[in-house]
Design a protein. Structure first.
Length: 266
């Protein structure tokens, strides 16, 4: 999700953005055009949803992955034996130049402090002609769960709600922003696309769980509220979801961009 903040545990992530991650990874890998035998890099791997999908195509021994969170790296290593998983940031990758035929970053660019520097690093480790791709959630109406939370926050706490919804102002959470980032980074044959992923929830309380647990920026904002404001936020959030008491699904939209590093294809 477009939700920065302290990294939750792998288990908490699985109940938050992780509900969408595997399905999104399937669509993202297909859009990127990853093929068997490519050496691939997953930048900002989290607990490993994308890395697992890459391994299913190219084999775990051809997958490298990095994340700045040690717990995420440990979880990814446990879930994907044989892959090269390291603690590192997108802006400072611990790999040699031209090491990979495909470099992917799922739900990462929007939370980086230096996204243009990260693109330079992704390009550095890409072989000539390699695929480089990223995707982000559309935070301007493309995520029903977060949209319900943001609107509820603005209703309950107009003065402080910007803390919950500031990703809506992020230029990289748009199709046009991603295209500009890739084009300005010197990538060739730049294309964008719309991806979708669906998550299942048991009921409204299940959808509320990550906010109440303090996961991400939205969760931290929720936990910072006084108890009465937090209760009002929960009530409004439930109302905007339709107060479901039975299992339901939410489908979210992501924007994706791909391009190729300069030079002959590997």
């Amino acid at each position: 999700m477009t939700d920065a903040g302290p990294a939750p545990t792998a288990e908490a992530y699985d109940r938050h953005a992780g509900r969408y991650a595997a399905q999104l990874a399937d669509a993202f890998v297909c859009f990127a055009g990853v093929m068997p035998k490519m050496r691939t890099l997953d930048v900002g791997c989290g607990p490993g949803a994308l890395a697992l999908r890459l391994a299913a195509i190219v084999g775990a021994e051809r997958v490298a992955a990095v994340d700045p969170s040690t717990p995420y790296v440990e979880a990814c290593r446990q879930r994907l034996a044989g892959a090269d998983v390291r603690v590192a940031t997108a802006e400072d990758l611990p790999f040699d130049d031209a090491s990979f035929q495909a470099v992917l970053a799922q739900l990462v660019i929007q939370v980086l402090t230096e996204p243009r520097r990260a693109v330079t690093e992704l390009t550095r480790v890409a072989a000539p002609g390699a695929i480089l791709a990223t995707c982000v959630w559309d935070s301007r109406g493309g995520m029903p769960l977060l949209e319900a939370f943001f609107e509820s926050a603005r209703s309950v706490d107009p003065g402080g709600a910007w803390r919950a919804g500031r990703d809506q102002e992020n230029p990289w959470c748009t199709r046009e922003g991603l295209r500009e980032l890739w084009t300005s980074g010197g990538l060739q044959a730049v294309e964008t696309s719309e991806l979708r992923a669906t998550a299942s929830y048991e009921d409204a309380d299940d959808a509320w769980w990550s906010f109440a647990a303090g996961v991400g920026t939205t969760g931290a904002y929720c936990r910072s509220l006084r108890a009465d404001h937090r209760a009002a936020l929960r009530q409004e959030f439930f109302r905007r979801l339709g107060s479901p008491t039975q299992p339901f699904e939410l489908t979210s939209r992501a924007w994706a961009v791909r391009g190729r590093a300069r030079g002959a294809q590997p």
